[in-house]
Design a protein around this ligand. Structure first.
Ligand code: HEC
Length: 195
């Protein structure tokens, strides 16, 4: 230790403190993170740069929504015939399929009994996007992504899509408790075929 004697800075009760500098790599991390944090703070927290995280998120969402719409415009789903959708509303096997899918995928937003929650009430006679079974099919298949209604046309098998529309037609006028207030224009429900 004799060679360090000249570096002794303090001595107290026989404990000696040497004047050793911090190793260079540790200083580099220290200065590096200090400079990085200043930049990070300016760019993100004080939003001097263009990208606040919120702006980036909005931009990304808008372009995703546009891409989905462009895809559906280029690849339209052909809806089943209206008569097929309407007669499904009388077919208990079809309705079971539709109800099961509704509970799984739609009830979180439209309510267990389609009475409306975040999404509109689907049992009343008012519609934002048209209430014919063909229009309802389009709403379900293409969605209204900018308004929070996801597109289901590629996520749900075609016969389940049709069953969903038949199911929605079958709950018309059921007047479930705690409905969401009516929205949109009045549309008389289409007649179901004779049994
Ligand atoms: C994440 C929430 C959400 C889910 C899940 C959802 N919807 Fe929607 N839905 C909405 C919202 C919000 C609207 C209203 C869109 C608007 O204001 O234009 C809507 C609108 C609709 C409409 C048009 C209603 C009208 O008045 O014209 C139909 C039909 C519909 N949804 C059916 C379904 C079906 C069927 C499912 C399940 C496969 C489903 N939705 C799942 C949120 C949802």
């Amino acid at each position: 230790m004799a060679q360090y004697e000249d570096k002794v800075l303090h001595e107290l009760d026989g404990i000696k403190e040497y004047d050793n500098p911090m190793p260079g790599w540790l200083m580099a991390i220290w200065w590096g993170s200090l400079i990085f944090s200043a930049g990070y703070l300016m760019f993100y927290a004080l939003s001097f740069g263009e990208g606040t995280m919120e702006a980036e998120y909005r931009q990304q969402t808008a372009s995703d929504v546009a891409a989905v719409q462009a895809y559906f415009d280029a690849n339209p789903l052909v809806p089943p015939k209206a008569m097929e959708l309407l007669s499904g509303a009388r077919d208990s096997a079809v309705l079971d399929v539709g109800a099961a899918r509704f509970t799984r995928s739609c009830a979180p937003c439209h309510g267990e009994q389609a009475q409306g929650l975040i999404g509109p009430n689907l049992t009343d006679d008012r519609w934002l996007h048209g209430g014919s079974v063909e229009q309802v099919f389009q709403s379900v298949a293409k969605g209204w992504p900018a308004k929070g209604m996801p597109p289901w046309g590629r996520a749900v098998a075609p016969e389940e899509l049709a069953a969903l529309v038949s199911y929605i037609r079958s709950v018309q006028g059921t007047q479930p408790p705690n409905p969401r207030p009516a929205e949109g224009d009045p549309v008389a429900p289409e007649a179901l075929p004779e049994r």
